[in-house]
Ligand binder design. Structure first.
Ligand SMILES: N[C@@H](CCC(=O)N[C@@H](CS)C(=O)NCC(=O)O)C(=O)O
Length: 246
């Protein structure tokens, strides 16, 4: 992917993201991925932190404001950025690389992500960190109530997904297989599809950055320590693009 900045007709861009918590500057892997992508494309943009995703157009972050247009969802934002840069997002990928990138992104965004969510929200020992990290803006007296209601909603979502119906031991098995697949997919040097990181590297590294630097560690963070190639790769992507999750 070329890093030339795009011409002056680039729309004015504001990326609305979640803020920091748990030792992370940006607690959302989806927001971090887009921030990495926009930076690597050389696009000028502003970051606007929104602590409450319920106020977002689809109740989730990130979304992008582009000259009055609102684009909600990191993948839709990626498609939009590809359009306004005349195809630069996927320019260096052949169809096979692209297909593998999509498959890896689905593993991370739609499977492993939810197990990480479970490790933060469903673990009774870790949940107090969620209360302080996400709900410190609520008055202390009602904080447990608000956090408890949110926890019930996350539990229901995980139940509908199906992953929430498994025992912890079974969930750990899923995580192990996902992490092993990622460890085997990433190279010792360079990036997923060559010498330059692209959006699929930002998906993997944006997510894993949040796992590795999540403080205190969840059980997923602890498990990820067993995958050193993935850890080194995650650092390499952040370093190359100059955007860090921590
Ligand atoms: N498919 C969406 C997922 C975004 C997402 O799940 N964002 C989380 C933060 S990591 C969020 O806003 N969650 C709030 C909620 O689900 O209520 C994307 O790719 O942008």
């Amino acid at each position: 992917m070329s890093t030339d900045p795009v011409e002056s007709e680039t729309p004015s861009l504001t990326l609305v993201t979640l803020g920091g918590a748990f030792g992370l500057r940006n607690v959302s892997p989806f927001c971090l991925k887009v921030e990495m992508l926009m930076t690597s494309l050389g696009l000028p943009f502003e970051l606007d932190e929104q602590p409450d995703p319920r106020k977002a157009p689809k109740g989730k972050l990130p979304y992008l404001l582009a000259d009055g247009q609102v684009i909600a969802d990191s993948e839709l934002i990626t498609e939009y950025l590809n359009e306004i840069t005349n195809g630069r997002v996927y320019a260096d990928l052949n169809d096979r690389d692209h297909a593998q990138g999509v498959a890896i992104a689905r593993l991370v965004d739609d499977h492993l992500y939810w197990l990480f969510v479970a490790s933060r929200w469903l673990d009774d020992d870790w949940f107090p960190n969620v209360v302080e990290g996400f709900f410190h803006i609520a008055p202390r007296i009602i904080r447990p109530l608000v956090a408890g209601a949110a926890r019930r909603s996350v539990r229901k979502t995980l139940d509908l997904h199906g992953l929430g119906r498994h025992t912890l031991t079974e969930q750990r098995g899923f995580v192990e297989r996902d992490l092993k697949a990622l460890e085997d997919a990433v190279p010792d040097n360079g990036f997923l599809f060559g010498d330059t990181p692209n959006v699929f590297d930002f998906t993997v590294a944006g997510f894993m950055a949040g796992v590795y630097d999540n403080t205190p560690p969840t059980w997923v963070t602890d498990m990820a320590q067993g995958y050193p190639r993935l850890r080194a790769y995650t650092e390499r992507v952040q370093e190359r693009v100059g955007v860090y999750g921590r």
